[in-house]
Design a protein around this ligand. Structure first.
Ligand code: GUN
Length: 295
């Protein structure tokens, strides 16, 4: 079997167009323009690219967007005060603090200082708790994107065995909570394996759907995947490549070429899960504005 290559770029374009329609409707019906503010501390180049892309995507969807750049030596107190002000600022329905933060700042405290009604990143413990009890408000962007990729390619996880490789707070854990819910587009039997699992392949071989969120190139090889499985690759890893001007290229966690021969559908890297995350962030921002307009 060779796989369907799941085009995350096109799917993200489609979702962003749907969000833009929702934004136009909200403006027309309620005279509310959804607004997102992103806070970037320091000058990590990858974070700067993410934040710039978020801003562009917001504007393309008809939203209001602002980026606040702070120096790398910003104090915890100053960042907390800024977040407190943004929590009160009615122009912004979503408040996002880009991670990672510099070492003098405690990320957990900052995330917890965001108004849960503006937590469009879905990282506040209130968002996590609502998700776990099966009543989600804001889903974190990557798990939400993975779920959409399954649903929109006709691979509804209901009744399937999903094996998630990785237990991070931002991907593995919320994805497990999301896909095990007794809800449409979920209702899966979920197994989570991780660095403490002695034989990961023994579990992934039983999976109808494998989701790789490991953070290591080639962590999932063809011998670990059942014939006809659906494979979603959340990884983004740099590997050296002397043929590239940059000296590296981006790959996922899955050995793409060999798994492609065995899977029924697979996401590429780049162009798979990555583009979906911004689309889902926009969807959350629209939702936050809709909630506030209805409040
Ligand atoms: N850094 C990398 N991914 C993310 C994300 O989804 N949200 C935030 N706030 N920071 C990130």
């Amino acid at each position: 079997m060779t796989a369907l290559r799941i085009d995350g770029k096109q799917m993200a374009i489609d979702i962003r167009a749907e969000v833009a329609e929702g934004v136009a409707r909200l403006k027309a019906d309620k005279n509310v323009t959804p607004g997102l503010v992103a806070v970037l501390v320091g000058d990590d180049p990858a974070s700067a690219v993410y934040v710039r892309n978020k801003g562009i995507a917001c504007e393309e969807a008809g939203m209001f967007s602002e980026t606040i750049n702070l120096p790398a030596d910003t104090t915890q107190k100053d960042l907390q005060e800024l977040v407190a002000n943004l929590n009160e600022d009615e122009r912004f329905h979503g408040v996002l603090v880009q991670l990672p933060l510099p070492p003098q700042i405690d990320e957990r405290t900052i995330i917890q200082s965001i108004n849960p009604n503006k937590d469009v990143d879905g990282m506040h413990p209130v968002s996590t708790g609502l998700l776990l009890e099966g009543n989600p408000r804001f889903l974190p962007a990557t798990p939400a994107g993975v779920q959409q990729m399954l649903i929109r390619t006709g691979n509804d996880p209901s009744g399937k065995h999903v094996v998630i490789v990785g237990r991070s707070n931002i991907v593995g854990k919320p994805l497990a909570a999301l896909l095990m819910q007794k809800n449409p587009g979920a209702n899966a039997t979920v197994t989570v394996v991780h660095t403490g699992t002695s034989n990961i392949g023994a579990y992934t071989l039983q999976a109808d759907i494998v989701i790789a969120a490991v953070g290591r190139a080639n962590a999932i090889t063809a011998d670990m995947v059942k014939e006809g499985a659906v494979v979603i690759d959340v990884g983004i890893n740099r590997v050296q490549d002397a043929t590239r001007k940059s000296g590296y290229r981006l790959v996922g966690d899955v050995a793409y070429e060999e798994v492609f021969e065995k899977a029924s559908a697979i996401t590429p890297v780049p162009g798979g899960v990555g583009p979906m995350t911004i689309a889902m962030l926009l969807q959350n921002t629209l939702r936050a504005a809709e909630y506030s307009a209805d409040a």
